[in-house]
Design a binder for this molecule. Structure first.
Ligand code: SAH
Ligand code: SF4
Length: 364
């Protein structure tokens, strides 16, 4: 925060009520404040006229709404994807994406500024690690998207103009993916605190089945998610079917080798009774051959798994091309032969540089 006040968005509801009690006020005021913010999208203390003036003055002196300013935004030509470059209080920039496909409204949020994991084809990895985000900075990204959907956000006029249907204004944020900049399991505590806040039934109330966390394969983090039975879906970025091929694309594989990762994934599935989504960035001539598809099939055969195939978004720092549609389809057919369902992510909105970290790089 630019001032010394605490960030409202860092608090769970229980923590807020405890804080309010410490100030000497009845917790019910805290509950009402929570509703103003999360149910009505209000951040204006003067508009909270159901709260006593004395309480509002105290709260305003102690708490700030750490909203994120829009540094840049782009809308895909099909109107379904909006990408925001948001400025943190210290001027660092992160990306948040609003996606609206087939009735599903999803926010894709960042967990760190930059990333320490160094995946060779990733724009965020190419930028290196800057810092962890606080829970409040993660929550504020979802609130940014929520405000856009309510029509109170910074691009409200554009939101209306670009609406695919007149009902879009009433859409609510329902789904969240932690697939923006950063490695969420490298910032475990803040990410879990943010998820707790976003799931609060008297707040944004995101359902357990509607939050997906994507990891590069941080083995201790996967085991901890399972042990704590965290209510999230897990996506694991695989990209290579042997230790050697994977480590060439994902340097973090040297720390957490493929066999250990597979053990952790099997333990996760057994404990959580939930499938894992494996992400596979398809790079032409690199990891998209039929032999590789067979290797993936053998590796994942028998697991409760789904593979998401993502044709590479080219980045300045990596000399690679996306796999074409036919080769991707062939890859998919081979996986199906091993009983592995898969999807090929449509490269919708590619015209807005929809790849992870790519807007931040472009605006540097
Ligand atoms: N750090 C996490 C989550 C953020 S990246 C992770 O790595 O899983 C989200 C997904 O986008 C990952 O599967 C990642 O490998 C993929 N990705 C990154 N850069 C990409 C690019 N240029 N083209 C296609 N997919 C990319
Ligand atoms: Fe980090 Fe994920 Fe990018 Fe790898 S793909 S550098 S883990 S953000």
């Amino acid at each position: 925060m630019s001032d010394s006040r605490a960030n409202f968005y860092d608090f769970t509801r229980d923590q807020l009520l405890a804080l309010v009690s410490r100030w000497g006020f009845a917790p019910v005021h805290g509950a009402r404040l929570w509703s103003y913010v999360y149910l009505r999208g209000t951040e204006d203390w003067r508009a909270m006229d159901e709260l006593p003036a004395r309480f509002r003055a105290q709260a305003e002196s102690e708490l700030a709404f750490g909203r994120l300013a829009t540094a840049a935004e782009t809308h895909s030509s099909d109107g379904f994807t909006r990408k925001y470059l948001l400025a943190l209080a210290d001027g660092r920039r992160i990306e948040t994406v609003l996606m609206r496909y087939s009735g599903r409204v999803t926010a894709c949020v960042s967990s760190q500024a930059g990333c320490a994991m160094g995946c060779v084809f990733c724009a965020t990895g190419q930028m290196g690690f800057v810092r962890h985000l606080s829970a409040g900075e993660i929550v504020a990204q979802a609130m940014h998207v929520d405000a856009v959907l309510r029509g109170t956000g910074p691009d409200a006029a554009l939101a209306d103009a670009a609406s695919a249907s007149p009902h879009d204004r009433h859409e609510r944020l329902r789904n969240l993916v932690l697939m923006g900049m950063g490695e969420p399991l490298h910032n475990y505590d803040a990410v879990m605190q943010a998820i707790d806040i976003l799931r609060d039934p008297s707040g944004l109330a995101l359902g357990a089945k509607r939050i997906t966390l994507s990891t590069v394969g941080v083995v201790p983090g996967i085991l901890r998610l399972a042990a704590e039975q965290r209510p999230v879906h897990l996506a694991v970025s695989l990209h290579g079917a042997t230790q050697e091929e994977r480590a060439a694309l994902v340097p973090a594989a040297k720390k957490w080798p493929l066999d250990e990762l597979m053990d952790a994934c099997r333990a996760y599935i057994a404990r959580q009774q939930r499938r894992i989504f494996y992400e596979w960035t398809l790079i032409e001539g690199k990891n998209d051959t039929p032999e590789t598809a067979h290797a993936v099939g053998r590796l994942l055969h028998g697991q409760l798994a789904q593979v998401n195939l993502i044709p590479l978004n080219p980045t300045a720092g990596y000399d690679g091309e996306p796999t074409g549609r036919d080769a991707a389809k062939k890859f998919q057919a081979i996986l199906a032969g091993y009983g592995l369902p898969s999807t090929i992510r449509q490269r919708r909105g590619i015209d807005i540089a929809a790849g992870c970290g790519q807007l931040a790089v472009a605006k540097k």
